[in-house]
Structure formats: structure tokens, C-alpha cells
Design a protein around this ligand. Sequence first.
Ligand SMILES: CC(=O)N[C@@H](C)C(=O)N[C@@H](C)C(=O)O
Length: 674
Amino acid sequence: IPDYIAKIYREQSQYPSLSRADVGPVITSQYGGSYSNISTEWTQQDLERNEIVKFCRQYIVFHDNKSIVYSGPSGNCTEIKGELLSQDSPSGEMKAVMRECSIKGEEKQFLEIWHRNRKIKSLNLTELKKHGKVYEDDQFGCLVWSHSETHLLYVAEKKRPKAESYFQSGSESTLLVDEDEVMKSAKKEDSVKGDQFVYYEDWGETLVTKATPVLCILDIEGNNVSVLESIPDSISPGQAFWAPNDTGVVFVGWWHDTADANSFTMLCVFLYARSSLFYVDLTGGKCERLSSDSAAVCSPRLSPDLCRIVYLECEVYGPHQQCNKLCMDLIVVDTSTDQVTSLTSKSNMGSWCLLTIHRDLMVVSCSSPNCPPSLRVGFLPVSGSEDEMSWVTLEEAQTQPEIDWQILSFTPPPEEDNSQYPGLDYEAILLKPKDVTEKTKLPLIVNPHGGPHSVIVAEWLLSPAVFCSVGFGVLLVNYRGSIGYGQDSILSLPGNVGTQDVKDVQFAVESVLKQGGFDREKVVVTGGSHGGFLACHLIGQYPDFYKACAARNPVINLASMIGSTDIPDWCMVEAGFDYKTNTLLSPAMLEQMLNKSPIKHVTQVKAPVLLALGEDDRRVPNKQGLEYYKSLKAFNVPVRLLWYPDNNHSLSKVDAESDGFMNIVLWLIQHLSL
Ligand SMILES: CC(=O)N[C@@H](C)C(=O)N[C@@H](C)C(=O)O
């Protein structure tokens, strides 16, 4: 059985995902036709190399600015290695690449400029020592060409003063008597004695080692990198772009408390805190705030006519991922009338993801639980003609004939309605193997998502697809509190975790069992993070119902998590309290957190539990899973713990993900006696 399942996993993991698309400028060919080049980036697991590989493929799209005349690939796939960031210049003539490579065993970062078929510049940023490592993440990172194509804007870690011990050889400054030696010592880089082991607060999970971002500008002609000094120390900048005419830079600034910014020691950074939009003038150096200072903003974009900035804004703190003022989906928002229209209503594809839009040419990735991602392009129709939207497929994916899926809707029973936010429904996605005989009763895997303010969309999902291909039904529940169903749904959950979300999942499972086709004696539950919190709650609150459980980095005890997680606000808000950075926890608050946690029900648990923990998880520290592991052992519940070194909260390194999947499926099969 394991070999058979591993074979299916290997096959299904070979469907790549689209991660990026860029549309080049419109080019007129010598025969008069207009075309644009589209470059795409994809990712795929390479189980042999134990890596997620990134590759690119180019396409050519002939069009008349309104519709596509001809399209097709213009070459084969090429693997991309060592690129942290890359960006074509607006004219398409040049390309900037931020590259990391190892030279004689030392990691170096280079900024390369490519022009047509040659590399015209390769600047060793590490040697320049103007700043620390470049930020390549989605939160702060950017690599942006100026409109004039003469400068590049990016974000990097602020240069830190060199730290020395008081006892380092050659640092006995008081003993220096020779004048030459004194001069030499003064010329040495600014070094701070005694700061070698000072703690640098970083931005947490996935941003580890990133503490103090600075905006940097490369003058390409002059080979000169300058760090923008006029941004106040109380702001961490990111997501930057050039203002029209390149006279300044617009960026998102996250506010943080800093007692002494130069010492780097008292920084209190917090990603879900206040952020505003700023403009820094490059001629006078003035830095001004453009948006309110009491909200959280992100994702600013300059409109194609260079007249407006569009960005998302939501309240500070409160639930993570709550509704923003302007959401972008594969819908058209007419910014003059606020009218929202679907462009994909005629499609049977479950999920559409807009990769880019350039002069109304859209590039999308679309998939379904039974169909891996396809690449499509199409022109945005004129207002009122959205029904005529026509998509051209550049890369087709095969529908998996053995998988059936549907979206189910649930209305909670009257006693479970939320009196503060009444009348909220929720949904679930059900996958089941096709072509099973009417009499067959399938085993069912229940999987609530994490967050809790996130969502499972009807896209291609590797693990559920493999589970389904080996004979399980899979129920993915978007309980009340999931995103995409409005702010009331989100707000209905904080303070009610461990009850409302648990009951929503249980109600969805019971409803599916009533429909028939599943064996009520063969129901198991899996989940990660808050989904693991729910899985562990379900086996504690319904001990005879679930026959096995697998939890990845589960939240087990909000009271013990708050002191060590990178999101303490989350523990408070979800437990029903308002968050402030200076709140002192009271015994009553800790009691409420404990009462809402799965550990409260551990004595009832009967289902065997498989735990998968990431050694470097900063979000839900592995001590949470260990707390559960020790309690289950104490109460003689069968438990197995998988420990993944060099993995964070996502457990997404190829070996951790594939090994985790195999262990989970075999654990479920073993305890269902399949
Ligand atoms: C906000 C957040 O990260 N919450 C975690 C407890 C969580 O559940 N995360 C989800 C999104 C995950 O799947 O990692």
C-alpha cells in the first residue's frame, strides 16, 4: 500500500503551480501585427532533489488590444536558480536580477542588469556594504525600475554596526599608546563593544532575521547605492514604488515603538500593527504621510494613468485577514461607480487567480479540486459586456477523471446561530472518488482550515487530490469566521473559538453523513495550525465519533502560546479580548484562554493522534504540540510525533511535506483498519 500511495503522490505532485506572470510592452512586428510577450514563473516539487524548483516559460500573444488573434509558447521551460527577485524594465529592453550565490563558500548578493542578450552590470552588494541582506519577501520586498529606467528601488536590512566583545584581541583600546595604532583603530568600521549577543527583534514567522528594513536606490549609470535616510526611525518601509516623474517614492510604513532606534535593541516590531502610506521626496528629502495613521494599509498600486494610488485598508489589530476597504479578485471594480462584476461566471473552474493585468490584457491561473492549474489570457471587456469575456488557454491541464467535487452550503441549527451576528451561513468543499458503487461506504477525512480567518477555495489541492485518488472522501470546511463571506462572518468567531467553529465543522460532517455514501464508523480528522486546534477540539468534544486524528503544528493552549508566539494579539483577539501591546495578562484572562483550548478536553480523547511539528515554527511554537503529546501519553492515548528540523510553521520543505503526507495517510489507514 505505501508504495502505491507514494506513486500516486509522485504523479500528482508533478502538476506545477503558477506563481507569477508579466506582460511585456506591445511590439509591432514588421508585418504590422501587434504582439506582447508574456513571461510566466511556475513552481513544482522535485522529490528526488528534495527542493521546490522554480522555472519559467515565455509565450507570445498576438492581439489588437481588444482580442487575442494568436497565441502560443515561444520556447521551452528553463529552471531559475539563485534569483531572489527579478524585474523587466518598463520598455522591456532591460532586466534587473537580484541574485544570491556562493563564492568560495561565502554567500554573496549581486544586483545584475541585463540588456538584450548580455549582462551589462553585476554589482556585488555584499561587498559594497551599504546595507545588509536584500528583502525578497512579499511583505516588504520589491525591485522596481524608475520610469526613466536609470534607477532601481529595493528594500534591504539596515547596516548594523559591527559588534565586538570587550575581550576581543586588538580591542584593548585603553592599552593603545602608539599613535598609528590609535589611527588604525579609529578607521576600523564603527564597532560596538558588548553588543555581540544583543537580541534583535525580528518580524517573526517567514521573516526571521529581518528586523530593520531600509529603502535603497541604485543609480545604474553611477554604480551608486544610496539608502534613503529621511524616513523616520519609527517606521519600517516596504512595498515601495516610484512616483510619476521619479521625483519621489511611495511606500507602506509599519509603525513600531523604538526607544532608541540607533541602538537597535528596543525595537518592538509587529506585523499586524498600524501602517500608513508615505511619500518621500527625493529632491528635498521630506517624508510625508499620505493615508490615515490609525489604520493598517497594504498593496498600494499606481493607476496606469499615473493619477491615482489604489490600496487596501483595514482596522488595526482585531482578527487577522479581516475585510479590507478595496478587495481585488477576478472581478472588475468600476472605480467610478463601485460596481463589481464577475468575469468568470460562465466557467466551471473552481478558482481563478489574476497573475497580472497590463493594458487590459489579463493573465490568470485557474484550477479546480479535480483539475491542476491552467494558464489563460484574455482582454478585459468594456464595461457592460463582461458576459462576452473570452479566455484563451496557453497551457492546458488534464482534468482528473477519478475525482468528483462539489460545494455544499450549511445553515447552522437555530441553537447555534450567533445572536450578535445572526443568519450567517457557511460552506464546505466535498471531494469524493468517482465511480464508486452505490453500496460502497467511503471513509471520510474531515479537514477544517487554519487561520481561523482564511479559506479553502475550490482550487487544485495536492493532498486532498491524492487522498481522494486512494479512496477517501475529503470534507474541507469553511466554518463561520472564514474569509470571503464578509466582515460579520469574520467578527462572529473571535471569543467563540473552540465552540462555534467546532460545532460548525461537526454540523457539516453530520449533514454529509446523512446524505449517505460515507461510513460513519470511518470518520477521521486532520488539520494544521488553527485547523489542528479544531481537529484536537473535535476528538476531545466528540471522543467516540472520530477514529483517528493528524494535526500539523496545532494550537493546543492559547494561555501557554501567548508568551512565545510571534502573534500574541491573535491569542487575545481569538479568545475574546481587545489587544494592546501593553496589556498585562490577568489570571482571569489566562483562564478564559485555557478554557477555549483543546488541552481542556484532553482527558476525553480516544482517537490515536499523529502530530507533525516544525522545529523552527515561530507562529505556533513546537512546545504547543509537545504539551499535547505529553498529556496524551499521560492519559494512554496512542500518539506518534514527527519532528521536522529546519522547518517553520508551513512544514513546506519538500521532504517534510511528502513525508508528512505519507505518514498521515498511513496513520489514518492503520487506525481505520482499511
Ligand atoms: C494568523 C495565523 O497565522 N494563525 C495561525 C494560528 C494559523 O492558523 N495559521 C494558518 C493560516 C495556517 O495554515 O498556517
